[in-house]
Design a protein around this ligand. Structure first.
Ligand SMILES: Cc1cc2nc3c(=O)[nH]c(=O)nc-3n(C[C@H](O)[C@H](O)[C@H](O)COP(=O)(O)OP(=O)(O)OC[C@H]3O[C@@H](n4cnc5c(N)ncnc54)[C@H](O)[C@@H]3O)c2cc1C
Length: 523
């Protein structure tokens, strides 16, 4: 990725584009990349950092969504299973198979029957028999800390796991072809319109410098996630979306070790939740509540949500005796879903929608897993404003194309190839050997920090620590103890003076305390 300096808007290679994409989460990234593959000129604008919206706060699952079957959302699951299979092939390592356990509660024979039917359907959709029945002993062999008093028997099956923010970055990077550009910290403030009222571009503002520019396009694609209604309101269109907050707890892998993901039914309301091993920690989620807060601020977990999640975890993992004190970090994201006024937010459909209005194509809803499908549907809806651009080239840059790096431990190399694709060899080459060591308590290499700082559009310290690498979620206090070493690793490439580092460290600390800290779940 390039660092394009302070005059980012004025040095864009074009003033008129085929497509402007608003939003640099997974949906916008997918549209951007597909537009490039179709030979369209495309500019992506993200008002914050890439993936700073919901796409860095998902459950990290690339999955069919077994729970959607329970709610009769067969199409969502069908689409998701197919996309999961595609992504496993396209991003080996970054999208990796994950064993999932589904324990059946004691005294719940209907639970077993429903799980069996759901998992058989799931297999049918994937075109292979995968699920298997497990006795209590079989379950405990894979998840020894599962509570024996809560569990009778269960099933195992497979889904997949990813690093959501890195997936966004890989897809954006793959879309930077033929002069197509993606800029973070540039907001689309307004829509430009012809006298007839057709959208013909956006009024953009560079958040870092205050510079503004009018940028024209044949079609604007609104992939603004939870903010989607705001851009549509510029055309006088009414609000259609419901914003649902989902929150997660993060436990240290030492306190809560787990080798497989476990699907959990809430002990009080039977809602589906999960706990899973990710990057050496254990994630537990999620809640599903109407989000009333302003989107100008990142969402945060509340004590009520923390209590709800901890109650579930204590029920299923009784012997671990987990308390608030064992939570290392938290995070919350806001899901945009079409509002049909259902009393139970979890019953609102997770299927995506595409609306085309006067040259503004809106694409929203869906899942991280289905971003490819959202992109295809959005560009199909943009067809009337674009001619040609139908046949897409196949995706470039598969991690499996990357040559092996002989001097490295194979597991380290797999990690780098998955996250950095064809750039992985350059990352290794650029790193002094001491930086090929992992940050204590994680699998993240110090070399990743300096690489990301120099090549991946890092504008703030939180971009680096929360999204390029995930130290903010993986370490106690968001890695506060390591900030001097982070400064030493990333400082030479970022070029910030002492005063800027002080401001950035303060900003990061503030953000972490307000939106990622375990203190947030204390009443
Ligand atoms: C708690 C939770 C758990 C989830 N778990 C999973 C999971 O395990 N698997 C799965 O497949 N899906 C999951 N999802 C769903 C998935 O995370 C979302 O569907 C997906 O991330 C949405 O991506 P997006 O790009 O549409 O939105 P976002 O990631 O929010 O991106 C929209 C972007 O638009 C930007 N933007 C807004 N307005 C403007 C503007 N005017 N100018 C420029 N930029 C703008 C925002 O800053 C934002 O970054 C989960 C969702 C939640 C909430």
């Amino acid at each position: 990725m390039t660092s394009d300096g302070p005059r980012r808007l004025s040095v864009l290679p074009k003033t008129t584009w085929d497509v402007i994409v608003v939003g640099g989460g997974i949906t916008g990234a997918g549209v951007f990349e597909l537009a490039g593959r179709r030979g369209l000129s495309c500019l992506l604008l993200e008002q914050g950092d890439f993936a700073s919206g919901t796409s860095s706060k998902s459950g990290k699952l690339v999955h069919g969504g077994i729970r959607y079957l329970k709610q009769g959302q067969f199409q969502t699951t069908w689409h998701s299973v197919r996309e999961r299979e595609r992504l496993l092939k396209r991003f080996p390592g970054l999208v990796a198979p994950l064993t999932f356990l589904y324990p059946i509660r004691r005294g719940s024979p209907t639970g077993r029957l429903l799980a069996k039917i759901g998992l058989s359907l799931y297999d049918l959709m994937a075109g292979r028999r995968d699920h298997r029945h497990l006795s209590l002993e079989g379950l405990l062999a894979l998840a020894p800390s599962l509570s024996q008093s809560a569990t009778h028997d269960g099933y195992s099956f497979h889904d997949a796991l990813t690093d959501d923010a890195r997936l966004v970055l890989r897809v954006i990077e793959a879309g930077r072809v033929g002069g197509n550009a993606a800029l973070n910290y540039v907001a689309a403030r307004d829509l430009l319109r012809t006298i007839q009222g057709e959208v013909r571009g956006v009024a953009a503002e560079d958040i870092l410098t205050g510079a503004s520019a009018e940028i024209e396009a044949r079609v604007v694609i609104n992939a603004a996630g939870a903010w989607t209604d705001d851009l549509r309101a510029r055309l006088g269109l009414s609000r259609r979306l419901r914003r649902l907050r989902g929150s997660h707890l993060v436990f240290s892998g030492k306190k809560f070790p787990l080798r497989a993901a476990v699907g959990l039914a809430g002990p009080v309301d039977s809602r589906s939740m999960y706990v899973l091993p990710w990057e050496g920690v254990t994630l537990m989620g999620t809640t599903d509540l109407d989000h009333q807060g302003s989107l100008d601020q990142e969402p945060s977990i509340t004590p009520v949500e923390g209590d709800y999640l901890l109650t579930t975890i204590r029920h299923w993992f009784e012997d671990l005796d987990l308390t608030e004190a064992d939570v290392m970090s938290t995070f919350a994201g806001v899901r945009p879903v079409v509002d049909t006024g259902k009393a139970d937010p979890s019953k609102e459909s997770r299927e995506h929608v595409v609306w085309a209005d006067q040259g503004l194509v809106t694409v929203t809803g869906g899942k991280l897993t289905t971003f490819g499908l959202l992109a295809r549907d959005a560009l199909a809806a943009a067809g009337p404003w674009l001619d040609g651009g139908d046949g897409a080239r196949p995706p470039e840059e598969e991690a499996s194309d990357v040559p092996p790096a002989p001097a490295l431990d194979p597991s380290v190399w797999t990690r780098l190839a998955a996250r950095y694709g064809r750039r992985a060899p350059a990352l290794v080459e650029a790193a002094p050997s001491r930086d090929l060591e992992a940050v204590p308590g994680t699998d993240v290499l110090w070399a990743e920090l300096s690489w990301a700082a120099g090549r991946e559009d890092v504008r703030h310290l939180d971009d680096l620590l929360l999204r390029r690498v995930r130290l903010g979620l993986l370490l106690p206090e968001g890695g506060a103890d390591l900030l001097d070493r982070v400064q030493a690793a990333a400082g030479p490439v970022l070029g910030w003076d002492e005063d800027r580092w002080r401001q950035e460290r303060e900003r990061y600390g503030r953000l972490w305390r307000c939106h990622y800290s375990p203190e947030l779940i204390r009443p």
